[in-house]
Ligand binder design. Structure first.
Ligand SMILES: [Zn+2]
Length: 252
């Protein structure tokens, strides 16, 4: 089965994905595995859901020249209540980062949820309120639903997430044109620091479990039963173990 990603242009998109897939240069996302109605990968030319049914997770490469919005996703309970959907916990494997590039997660020490909310409601920048973490290739980060977060400019990463399209955009860095969802976002935000950050896992090829979530399990260089292999050199997706995969993620 040959899996072709869905390529999505984004205002913040970089040039790496365009080069990798021989397409236009503003591609921000490549959806390697998705059966979401709003966007599917293709399997032998057909919509992936026609071939494998619906998957509870989505795998994307995100290539950000500029920062993504500061955003939050609901957990399963909130998503069911507000959107009749599942929630969105996500995890990131950093593939490339320009010097000084990083991600934002949670609030800085000493910043309260009230202060963050008031700043958003006044329409002011929250850049100084969210915590910045520099990243390097190989860092693995888990972002539980409810975590305030943003991917910074100059970062390319592989994301595994629950199959949900629900994003509440809180601050778009003053860029015009995209709707914000401050009311719902503040409703579902959780300020407890539940995210995790494991540096440079690609420095070792030792097999390991990365994340076990109720909707998906994610492993590095090991496989368990039926699932999907993402080759970490070519970014091709396989249904069965492949001799091409010297380093891979396994998701099921
Ligand atoms: Zn997100």
């Amino acid at each position: 089965m040959k899996i072709d990603p869905l390529l999505v242009e984004k205002p913040w998109g970089g040039s790496w994905l365009g080069k990798h897939y021989g397409s236009s240069s503003k591609i921000g996302e490549a959806w390697l595995l998705s059966t979401l109605p709003e966007g599917q990968a293709r399997a032998d030319g057909r919509a992936l859901s026609e071939v494998v049914g619906s998957l509870p997770f989505v795998v994307k490469i995100i290539d950000a020249a500029d920062p993504l919005s500061v955003q939050v996703h609901p957990n399963d309970e909130w998503a069911a209540r507000l959107e009749n959907s599942r929630g969105k916990t996500e995890c990131w494997l950093i593939l490339d980062a320009k010097p000084g590039a990083g991600v934002y997660m949670g609030l800085r020490d000493g910043v309260s949820g009230e202060q963050f909310a008031a700043t958003l409601i006044e329409g002011r920048s929250v850049e100084d309120l969210v915590q910045f973490y520099p990243v390097q290739r190989g860092d693995f980060i888990t972002v539980p639903a409810g975590t305030i977060h943003a991917i910074g400019g100059g970062v390319t990463l592989l994301e595994v997430q629950q199959a949900s399209g629900i994003t509440y955009r809180l601050w778009d860095w003053g860029r015009p044109g995209r709707e914000l969802h401050i009311d719902k976002g503040l409703q579902v935000a959780s300020y407890a620091r539940k995210f995790s950050f494991e540096p440079r896992i690609l420095d070792s090829t030792a097999p390991r479990e990365l994340l076990k979530h109720s909707d998906f399990h994610c492993y590095y260089n090991e496989s368990h039963g039926e699932g999907w292999f993402i080759d970490l050199e070519t970014y091709e997706v396989y249904r069965a173990a492949s001799s091409h995969s010297s380093r891979f993620l396994f998701v099921r």
